[in-house]
Design a binder for this molecule. Sequence first.
Ligand SMILES: *Cc1c(COP(=O)(O)O)cnc(C)c1O
Length: 391
Amino acid sequence: MSEGWRLRTRLVHGGAARSAFGETSEAIFLTSGFVYASAEEAEARVADRAVGYQYTRIANPTVRMLEERFAQLEGAEDCAAVATGMAAVHAALFCQLRAGARVVASAPLFGACQWIVGDLLPRFGVETALVRAADREGWERALARPADVVLVESPANPTLELVDIAHVARLAKEAGARLVVDNAFATPWLQRPLELGADLSVYSATKLIDGQGRCLGGLVAGGSAFIKDTLRPYIRNTGPTLSPFNAWVLLKGLETLGLRVETQQASAQRIAAWLAEHPGVEEVLYPGLASHPQAEVARRQMSGPGTMIAIRVGGGRARAFAALNRLRLVKISNNLGDTRSLATHPATTTHAKVPAELREKLGVSEDLIRLSVGLEEVEDLMADLDRALAP
Ligand SMILES: *Cc1c(COP(=O)(O)O)cnc(C)c1O
């Protein structure tokens, strides 16, 4: 049906399955279960001999529409939707790991991902190692030994350090590992990990995919055999299921993903260039600036540098807090990817649970502020930031 459609078209029409009423917008199937015409039909559906839904923990038509639309956007064979981004990361790892396995992950990672790698996996007898995102030799050393899973986040939350995904994909393959990429910051609109050699891409759909700060969600995209035989049994039996209502909100979010990302990214590029000259800012971390140490990697693997900026303001926590407290238009929040511009102090919020020593080592310094650029008029945002950052 969707053969040959381009991205913008797929975001609006991909995966739509109309009911007998012929509704224009996708229907919300807010039902926990489904009824069968006979006992024999129930038996056949459970045995996978007949097509049809059984129970929303297993599958639901609205959730399925989201999964199909997202798989088309990603260029993946299949996709599984779950309740949150962390459920996506957790399920993508745990469905394929067992005691004795080895996981290599990039650093920095989103705080909760760091907890899974640093605290949770070792409890179950999984060996884990961290490699600094940009450290090419570090990746070569860590993956000279066999591994089972490699987890990377690029651009990394919150420092916007990049992993050269094609490079790590080659090393992961040689080490016998599956590569999982947390692509929440870029979205498939700007970066397609599977085309760069990754096996799975995982998302917090809470961020740019909803993009309007309304609900949580998670997505895992990859090969159909892995999703059907390894990931789905884990999800259906452990229950991190996405609500059909939230699936519908995310379907609506996808329809405007390209428009929002392009507009927010254009503003981010302007703001980053302006901040780089601002006397109240010591350093701007943005993959779209020539000063970013991996600007070349960004150009190679991303179609644009994204909507997130990080800045170091100097003067430690006191100066960062003072700047945040002077903002009027930009809101203080841990969230990102919203239509509203949001500012975060990662060291005391998203990354507060990461041991302080590791945090400093990874560049999540006390004077670091993360900015998620929204849809507001860029001149209004610059005026607000200018007042907040006055030296
Ligand atoms: C927010 C985020 C997550 C977690 O997503 P939730 O939807 O909040 O569970 C995971 N990874 C990255 C990079 C994120 O930014």
